[in-house]
Design a binder for this molecule. Structure first.
Ligand code: ATP
Ligand code: MG
Length: 280
């Protein structure tokens, strides 16, 4: 007889961060399986309690917050200026990114009222700020924002309705250096996040046409999407400069750095604290 975990057992073990081999185990009979479950659950709970104690006596901050701090410090020390814009975004600014009712991403937008949504991306507000900074500052102009974004998603394990985006951009660099600059900015972020196995891949994007994605070697997980300009979308902002930009998901970066297949552990949560399930 080849018995799998019951659905409840499998869910509990997954929540306790059991590895793929454990989740795939099969058993000869229900009795053995249930005993194995009890032993494993006990072990996992003990490990999680230890992690919780380590958090309290150690860093005292969730990894998501620590990663955010590290990335902010890295970018600031490399000449990027942090901006912090509203989480609420107007319908008009999304439309300027060509995200209107006929656009695939439009269906994923959470509307707060008729004219305002929870931002699904940082780019419209960055464009808004940069169009003025390009007038006020000598080039290159380098800015970034990090903060929550929201999308209605249908896929579970690698997507969350609420996630943390880091979007950096640099305007006014020599045209022939754009690709090279994208590569070195991707390397800077990967290095700061402690991710060593990644590659750059050319992808088609619903917003930018073609993008340069940063992809984890281990499982092909998309960690970030980069683009360059001059770009058609720039016209709405009367921007004519060259630019490069990349948007990363911080929960995805943590997933790639630490392993695991459950993005929810790394995001904002009331069920987990620093990736540790609290109902233990
Ligand atoms: P995917 O194809 O994986 O759904 P995307 O191409 O739609 O992602 P982008 O618009 O390129 O996503 O957003 C930039 C980055 O933000 C992604 O590379 C990813 O790291 C992260 N991201 C996007 N959507 C989510 C989500 N729902 N949950 C967690 N991270 C996300
Ligand atoms: Mg993408």
């Amino acid at each position: 007889m080849n018995l799998n975990w019951t659905e409840i057992q499998r869910k509990r073990l997954a929540a306790l961060d059991a590895d793929a081999a454990t989740l795939a185990r099969t058993f000869d009979d229900a009795d053995r399986r249930d005993r194995a479950f009890q032993t494993l659950e006990k072990e996992r709970v003990a490990a999680h309690r230890r992690h919780l104690d380590d958090l309290r006596s150690g860093s005292r901050r969730p990894r998501l917050c620590r990663l955010e701090t590290v990335l902010i410090e890295t970018l600031v020390s490399h000449g990027f200026v942090q901006v912090t814009t509203p989480v609420l975004m107007s319908r008009g600014l999304l439309a300027r990114m060509s995200i209107t009712s006929d656009h695939p991403l439009f269906q994923q937008v959470y509307w707060v009222d008729r004219g305002k949504c929870l931002r699904p991306m940082l780019a419209p507000h960055l464009y808004y700020v940069v169009k003025d900074l390009l007038r006020l500052w000598a080039k290159p102009v380098r800015v970034f924002e990090v903060g929550p974004c929201f999308r209605k998603e249908t896929e579970g394990a690698r997507h969350a309705a609420e996630f943390t985006m880091l979007n950096l951009c640099e305007f006014g660099l020599p045209e022939d250096q754009r690709w090279c600059r994208l590569e070195s900015l991707a390397a800077l972020i990967m290095d700061s996040a402690g991710i060593h196995g990644y590659r750059l891949a050319s992808e088609t994007s619903a917003v930018y046409g073609s993008t340069m994605d940063v992809v984890a070697d281990a499982d092909g997980l998309e960690l970030g999407s980069g683009a360059m300009g001059p770009h058609l979308l720039d016209r709405a902002w009367r921007i004519t400069d060259t630019w490069v930009g990349i948007g990363f998901g911080l929960e995805r970066l943590l997933m790639a750095a630490e392993g695991g297949s459950n993005l929810a552990r790394f995001g904002r949560s009331i069920a987990y604290l620093d990736g540790i399930r609290l109902n233990i």
